[in-house]
Design a protein around this ligand. Structure first.
Ligand SMILES: Nc1ncnc2c1ncn2[C@@H]1O[C@H](COP(=O)(O)OP(=O)(O)OP(=O)(O)O)[C@@H](O)[C@H]1O
Ligand SMILES: [Mg+2]
Length: 499
């Protein structure tokens, strides 16, 4: 055998490789905490509610207690930003007594990022999975794969196909990293994926994981989270104690309503931090010894409220209908506006809307035209006027078929010269025959409607089965109307019985 001198490049490559192999936690693992009551206490101490996830984790621990060799589940948390997906991962690790590692897949485009480079490349490195395992020094951590929906792919390969092997319990006991070039057992790692949105997650990947949805919070839930978790944490971080700074419930509610519009609690947390900073400054200056923040103090600290109900401003004139949309950031109200002008019956669409939304606007236009006689609309309307549908806010890209009913209502309200009821919001896909098809994101949409002061929500009849899953508190005070076709929607939204 030829001897490689220590100064040569080959020597350093082999050294690095051997260091790597030796430092991997081939058989080192932490002991799981199998005391279920204790684990439950830890989970409850970190997060409010989220009972579905907590139950799943406790079930896993129970099974682990009975069958210590069992496979680890692969979970995927899907929900809007700031609902606690990442922090829940950390808490799970704490509850189970495992290490926690996290990689963000946002923007990863290269397969080698997951599976490593072959050692023949100069500067070759192992993939992120093994790198993190080496750093944490245990082969059974809770491993969070953050932002699964933002994974990219290009000519350098498709990282999601490399993840397929990592996330498959049937294959991952001999995961082979190109750099390492020998199998490493990943089966005792507990993988948890997170994503804001289900659609962009590659279907094959989604199929391998157990999806748990974390929908947004209602106002009361946010208040409880603020009181029990966020305020105490912010006080501690700012060196304040409960005796020095208190906050009235009405101030917290005013922050939730006037300074945040979100499904999660991240902005709420930020605003609470701003309030604590202001109080800390006063106390540090020696001006005050203790303060209780009330609603009246907020404008001085946070500036004027940023959000108010736009309902009264937007609706009340013919041609405007309120749709409910589901975005990665939670539910939102969309005010669909229609206008007409002299022309030849053409339809123009604006507001950065995607192809699917454009098509549902065209379908709505066709239904109105095709039923002109039945609706007692003068056919000249469609030969002497052009129509324009706009979906504000124009700077935000929007897509999806669920605004169909609202587009139809908006057009018809314009043509009939009859304003749509301002307290009604609607959602549903439409077909050319005028059928209303079911939609997704029901809880988010209902939460948004409630927050905006809507009283009646028009929903597709086939979504009736999903309503029990929406928390009672979100539904309180709202009236739900289930419709099978556009005619039924129209009767409610325009308060008309012309058809
Ligand atoms: N139910 C809850 N109880 C207590 N705190 C919560 C709860 N939900 C969220 N939080 C707090 O909200 C903050 C934001 O949560 P986190 O960073 O985990 O959001 P995320 O869901 O990962 O968002 P993103 O999709 O943007 O990554 C954290 O500080 C977390 O502690
Ligand atoms: Mg996160």
């Amino acid at each position: 055998m030829t001897k490689i001198p220590p100064a040569s490049p080959e020597y350093s490559i082999i050294r690095t490789y051997l260091d790597w192999v030796c430092e991997l936690p081939w058989s080192i693992q932490t002991k799981d905490r199998l005391d279920i009551n204790k684990a439950q206490r830890v989970l409850n101490a970190d997060h409010y509610n989220l009972s579905k996830v907590k139950k799943r984790i406790l079930e896993f621990l129970a099974v682990r207690k009975l069958n210590p060799k069992g496979k680890s589940p692969i979970l995927c948390f899907i929900g809007p930003p700031g609902v606690g997906k990442t922090s829940l991962g950390k808490s799970i690790a704490r509850a189970m007594g495992r290490e926690f590692v996290r990689i963000s897949l946002g923007g990863i485009r290269d397969e080698a990022d997951i599976r490593g480079h072959r050692r023949t490349y100069i500067g070759a490195l192992p993939g992120r999975i093994l790198q993190e395992l080496r750093k944490c020094g245990s082969k059974n951590p809770v491993f969070m794969l953050d932002e699964l929906d933002k994974i990219g792919s290009d000519f350098r390969g498709d990282p999601s196909s490399a993840l397929l092997e990592v996330l498959d319990p049937e294959q991952n006991f001999n995961f082979t990293d190109h750099y390492l070039d020998q199998p490493f057992n990943l089966s005792s790692v507990m993988f948890i994926g997170t994503a804001n949105y289900t659609e962009p997650v590659p279907p094959a990947l989604r199929d391998r994981m157990e999806v748990i949805e974390l929908p947004g919070y209602t106002e009361t839930e946010k208040l409880r989270i603020a009181k029990k978790y966020l305020i105490p944490r912010q006080l501690k971080e700012h060196g304040l104690s409960k005796n020095r700074c208190g906050m009235k419930d009405d101030a917290a509610i005013a922050i939730i309503r006037g300074y945040t519009r979100e499904a999660g609690v991240r902005n709420l947390d930020r605003n609470l931090a701003a309030v604590c900073r202001a109080v800390a400054t006063e106390i540090a200056k020696g001006k005050k010894r203790r303060t209780t923040i009330t609603k009246k103090d907020l404008p001085k600290i946070l500036g004027p409220a940023q959000f108010e109900s736009e309902l009264a401003l937007r609706t009340g004139i013919p041609g405007v209908a309120t749709a409910l949309a589901y975005t990665p950031f939670g539910g939102e109200l969309l005010f669909i506006e229609s206008a007409s002008m002299p022309g030849k019956g053409r339809l123009q669409l604006t507001g950065q809307i995607g192809d699917v939304m454009k098509e549902s606007a065209q379908a709505a236009f066709t239904i109105v035209k095709a039923n002109a006689k039945k609706l007692k609309i003068d056919p000249e309307n469609f030969s002497k006027f052009d129509y324009h549908i706009h979906v504000p806010a124009g700077a935000v890209p929007k897509d999806g078929p669920s605004a169909g009913v609202a587009m139809f209502t908006s057009l018809l309200s314009l043509v009939l010269g009859k304003p749509a009821r301002p307290d009604v919001a609607m959602t549903g896909e439409i077909t050319l025959r005028g059928l209303v098809l079911p939609i997704g994101g029901l809880k988010e949409k209902i939460l948004a409607a409630k927050q905006a002061g809507i009283q009646t929500v028009i929903l597709p009849a086939r979504n009736r089965k999903d309503l029990p899953e929406v928390p009672k508190e979100a539904k309180k005070g709202l009236k739900f109307e289930f419709v099978k076709n556009t005619n039924e929607a129209l009767t409610i939204a325009l308060n008309t019985d012309r058809i």
